[in-house]
Unconditional design. Structure first.
Length: 412
């Protein structure tokens, strides 16, 4: 009997490389990109007097244990009557990845980082995304800052966007922070070293949970799909484990959703076109109605995000073990998310899954080209200069769905 062939890391890398090429993507950085990368000696600089110095704020990053490309920082400031000012900083990748450069052309082609079991095809090079454009601990970096006032009822009443210099005072990881939030462990050493950061984190967690509760009450879906991650021992894959949603992840998720909403509204108010990330009202809504009917739940024949959210929440409580299977069914029937251009005075395009009117991807410019486009648009609006031609042309977005297909195939 023939022996079964066990795939090792090099086999998976070869498969991933082949699929990237099949989909018209570039698995390796072209020579022109490598030459430009070699010329980048340090982080972006800008002596513009309008760039605020916010390095003294108690910024921290919260990400995966092994994440080195840090796109976001958060901080907060309690206000009167229970309101809290939330600060979110997003890395100013545009300071080094300029339009029409060799790196920008490569990014235009791949449009996103592609994550597979054996290899990450980073949108930017590893050195660029993990050092000069990353919001690394104890380093000054340029960023776009979104300042939001959140009231006790989780309404965002004020929002301001501006350019700033920031400094990450504590690099934290989801799992260690969750243990502390849940009361089962000590505050991580990096957080303990920053005076008052424990209070900051408690406040941020509380505000995030209020935002989350309000969002779900308005019809945002809380689905749970299987997110596998391969674990290797050298070249050999030894385990696949599930990435679990938790309060530490929710803290960042809620702030980034709020940031994306504020960013979309900022661009809309600036006039002209605005780039949105949406999941439209499901075309296969009647199939969703049929699925709900099998569980004894009636949904109207007209798409209703609040009713669907209530059904989903009920099924999560009734059968948490099988809930990921149901979630996957709902996700497939909802349809793909897409990038669209919303023009001033045009019809509104909402995000059905999040139950929000204004939404755009904006918080991961190291990993997603649309986020980099949006960052350039914000910088253009804040400095009151014309959008450069390539940035405006990018609104048509060659953000290929094939990138997601590559990730799905290589991880399966």
């Amino acid at each position: 009997m023939a022996q079964a062939h066990h795939l090792d890391g090099s086999d998976l890398i070869c498969i991933a490389d082949e699929v990237m090429v099949e989909r018209g993507l570039e698995p390796e950085f072209p020579a022109a990109v490598q030459a430009q990368l070699a010329a980048i000696a340090g982080p972006g600089r800008d002596e513009d007097l309008h760039v605020r110095d916010l390095t003294a704020l108690p910024w921290c990053s919260i990400d995966n244990d092994d994440s080195l490309d840090l796109d976001q920082l958060t901080a907060c400031e309690p206000l009167a009557a229970g309101a809290v000012k939330i600060f979110a900083a997003v890395a100013d990748v545009d300071a080094l990845v300029t339009e029409d450069s060799a790196i920008d052309t490569h990014v235009w082609t791949n449009t996103t980082s592609v994550y597979t079991s054996a290899r990450v095809f980073a949108m930017l090079s590893e050195r660029l995304s993990t050092d000069p454009t990353s919001l690394n601990a104890d380093q000054d970096r340029l960023a776009i800052v979104i300042e939001m006032v959140v009231t006790p009822d989780a309404s965002v009443t004020q929002a301001t966007l501006y350019r700033a210099k920031v400094r990450n005072h504590a690099k934290l990881a989801y799992n260690a922070l969750l243990t502390w939030i849940d009361g089962g462990g000590a505050l991580p050493d990096a957080a303990r070293a920053v005076a008052g950061l424990d209070v900051q984190l408690r406040t941020q967690d509380e505000v995030a949970q209020r935002l989350r509760a309000r969002r779900h009450s308005q019809g945002s879906l809380e689905l749970e799909t299987f997110q596998p991650r391969a674990v290797f021992d050298g070249e050999r894959m030894v385990e696949i484990w599930q990435q679990v949603q938790n309060r530490a992840r929710q803290l960042i998720e809620e702030f980034m959703i709020a940031t994306n909403e504020c960013g979309a509204r900022f661009l809309a108010a600036a006039g002209g076109a605005s780039l949105r990330r949406v999941v439209r009202s499901p075309e296969r809504w009647l199939r969703i109605v049929e699925v709900a009917c099998k569980y004894g739940n009636g949904l109207s024949k007209t798409p209703d995000s609040v009713a669907l959210a209530a059904f989903v929440a009920k099924r999560r409580r009734a059968d948490p073990l099988r809930f990921p299977d149901l979630s996957l069914v709902i996700v497939k029937l909802m349809g793909r998310g897409e990038y669209v251009v919303e023009r001033a005075g045009g019809p509104p395009i909402s995000h059905f899954g999040l139950a929000v009117r204004d939404y755009t991807h904006s918080t991961a410019p190291n990993r997603r080209f649309p986020d980099l486009i949006r960052l350039r648009m914000v910088k253009a609006s804040t400095s009151r200069r014309r959008l450069l031609g390539r940035c405006a042309a990018s609104m048509t977005l060659r953000c290929k769905p094939s990138a997601a297909t590559v990730a799905a195939r290589c991880c399966s």
